[in-house]
Structures are given as structure tokens and as C-alpha cells.
Design a protein around this ligand. Structure first.
Ligand code: ADP
Ligand code: MG
Length: 330
């Protein structure tokens, strides 16, 4: 197991010198009685990126966001947004921020369009402009057919999309989304992820929290992995996967194999580890190209019989497992 607390720190420092930083967090700590919900976090968010905060439930994602927004008092640390200190009365900063909270918060007595118009109206007073922004938000979240619906008529996924539309309609420069896809259907999830990519294309910077590793893999330019309030790793998807030391993982669902053949596989080029449990043989490669092809040729030559065989790249779950000894999955 890797013992360093914060892998990727050198890259992080190098990159930090180059890009414009929209958020800078230094030594942020927030405790609840004995519990360190956020434990000495330091990180930055660059302009125009989608930063993923990935961590299991209770790892401190929402607490971090609420501190960044000055909604919570924190024990220690410094938070700068757009180059200025973030404080509860930093209204110039707050005007340029959009927030989509984990819990849906909309008005039951207003239609979809009126809800979006209300939240947009907190920032945009001019009517014609607001109409345009509201329409943009409707299209971005794919709610065109539902603008006259009331929240209680919407499915869970559509309600989440409305929550997002309300948070981003005023075209904020910086957007926080806290677990916006929990318990939504796959169609809404894809629509939400696509919408977030569009927001980035339009120049927004996005901070996205989730406990779904597949989402950060698909969506985020850079990922910070949290566990128990601490940053345990930071980097791009590829950089994080390098931390596992795994290049490729091949699984064979065996029909029959002899022990000497398993031993021979252990001896193949670039093979780092071979494990066998019942009918599953797992072969881990640390490096190399065409490992899968060479293994297939070997199995063919040895007449090893199997049902299925597949090759995978390491996942962020493998990264989490390597760093914490635990599964990221629920
Ligand atoms: P996440 O968003 O990653 O699921 P949270 O930031 O909500 O995690 O919570 C981090 C930790 O802080 C958890 O252990 C949670 O139980 C605790 N916590 C959050 N809010 C409070 C609170 N108001 N009082 C006491 N403990 C809290
Ligand atoms: Mg949370």
C-alpha cells in the first residue's frame, strides 16, 4: 500500500504556477466536536476546468463546498476566489457563483419556467435578458417539454435537472454542483453530464462532487480524491491510474488450466501479479504493449480452455483501494 498522503503533489505544484487559479484553498480545517470533517485541505481550481471532488459518503465533499461558499464557519484556513478572500459578505464574488446543492430546493407553487426565472431574477434584473438566460437554461437541461409543469409532476431526474437550471441560469463564472446525479435515471444522468460539458465550453469553471467514480472519469479534467476529510490523491484520470502501478488487468474465466500453465503465465513478459480464485484468473501487467494479444497466443498454444477473457485499464476504484485499502464502491 502506498503510504504517502498526497500523491501527485509535485505535479500539482508545477501546474499551479502556470494556470490562472479561480479558487485557492490553503489548510482548510473544519471540525464538528471531535470529528475532523475537513482536515487541512490545500488545493486550487484552474480557470475553465471541471474539477472533480471524488470520495465516499461522509468524506467531506459537501462540508468543503459549504466552507468555500462561506456558508459554514471553519476552524482554520484561507479561501480565495477570483483572487480575493472569500468571506460571508463578499457579494461581488457571490454574484459570479452558481450553486447546485445536494438537496433539491425549488418552489412547489411555481412552474418549471417560473422557478428558473425566480432564481435568475436574483441576479439579472433586465427582463429581456433574463428571458434569454432562462430559455438557455431550459435548453441546457433539456426541460423544453416541461416548462409548464410543477415540481411535483416531475420525475426525480427531471427535478434534479430543474435544480441545476435554477443554479446556473444567471451564467455564473464559477459553478458548484454537489452530487447532482444521485438517484437519477441514466437518461437524466447523461443529460446532466452533457449540460456540464456545455457550461465548460461556454467558459465556466466547474467544481463537481460525486461518489461515482465513472462520472469523474468521464467528465472531469482533474480529480481530487477525498477520504475522511483528507486529500489522498490529485491528478488527471490517467495520472491517478499511474499511481496503481497497473497498466492492464486481464481476467480469464477458466474452464480448465494446469498449475504449471499458471506458473508459465507468471513468467510471461511484463506480468506483475497472477491471482487465481476458483475459475477466475487475474493477470496484472505493470507495463508493456500488446500484453493481451501475447496472452491469447500463449493460451491458444497451450490449449487452455476458457469461457471469457477480457482486458481492463485500472479504475479509480483500484486507485482508491491502493491508497486506502478500502473499496470506493458502496
Ligand atoms: P460528503 O458530502 O462527502 O458525504 P459531508 O461533508 O456531508 O460528507 O460530511 C463529512 C463528515 O462530517 C461526515 O462524517 C458527517 O457525518 C459529518 N457532518 C456533516 N455535517 C455535520 C453536522 N452538521 N454536524 C455534525 N457532523 C456533521
Ligand atoms: Mg455530500
Amino acid at each position: 500500500m502506498i503510504t504517502h498522503l498526497f500523491r501527485g503533489q509535485r505535479r500539482y505544484l508545477e501546474r499551479g504556477k502556470r494556470m490562472k487559479k479561480i479558487i485557492e484553498v490553503e489548510n482548510l480545517t473544519k471540525t464538528y466536536q471531535e470529528l475532523k470533517a475537513v482536515d487541512n485541505l490545500s488545493f486550487f481550481v484552474e480557470e475553465g476546468e471541471i474539477l472533480g471532488l471524488l470520495g465516499p459518503n461522509g468524506s467531506g465533499k459537501s462540508t468543503t463546498i459549504n466552507c468555500l461558499l462561506s456558508l459554514l464557519h471553519y476552524d482554520r484556513g484561507r479561501i480565495r476566489i477570483f483572487g480575493q478572500d472569500m468571506t460571508p459578505d463578499a457579494y461581488e464574488i457571490k454574484k459570479q457563483i452558481g450553486v447546485v446543492f445536494q438537496d433539491v430546493a425549488v418552489f412547489e407553487e411555481l412552474t418549471v419556467r417560473d422557478n428558473i426565472d425566480y432564481f435568475c431574477g436574483l441576479y439579472i434584473k433586465e427582463k429581456a435578458l433574463r428571458k434569454q438566460y432562462v430559455q438557455e437554461a431550459v435548453e441546457l437541461t433539456g426541460l423544453e417539454e416541461f416548462v409548464k409543469f410543477y415540481p411535483k409532476q416531475l420525475s426525480g431526474g427531471l427535478l434534479r435537472r430543474l435544480n441545476i437550471a435554477c443554479g446556473i441560469a444567471h451564467r455564473p463564472r464559477l459553478i458548484f454542483l454537489d452530487e447532482p446525479t444521485v438517484a437519477v435515471d441514466p437518461q437524466s444522468r447523461n443529460s446532466i453530464l452533457d449540460g456540464i460539458r456545455v457550461l465548460r465550453e461556454r467558459g465556466a469553471t466547474v467544481v463537481y462532487t460525486t461518489h461515482y467514480m465513472e462520472e469523474v472519469e468521464q467528465l472531469c479534467d482533474r480529480i481530487i480524491i477525498l477520504d475522511r476529510g483528507k486529500i489522498i490523491a490529485e491528478g488527471t484520470n490517467e495520472e491517478l491510474k499511474e499511481l496503481t502501478g497497473i497498466e492492464e488487468k486481464v481476467t480469464v474465466e477458466l474452464k480448465k488450466i494446469e498449475d504449471r500453465q499458471v506458473e508459465a503465465i507468471r513468467g510471461l513478459e511484463h506480468v506483475k501479479e497472477v491471482t487465481r480464485s476458483r475459475n477466475l484468473l487475474t493477470i496484472i501487467y505493470g507495463e508493456g504493449t500488446n500484453n493481451f494479444g501475447k496472452l491469447l497466443a500463449f493460451l491458444e498454444q497451450e490449449s487452455v480452455r476458457y469461457d471469457k477473457i477480457y482486458s481492463e485499464r485500472p479504475t479509480l476504484n483500484d486507485v482508491f483501494l491502493e491508497l486506502t485499502g478500502k473499496e470506493l464502491r458502496d
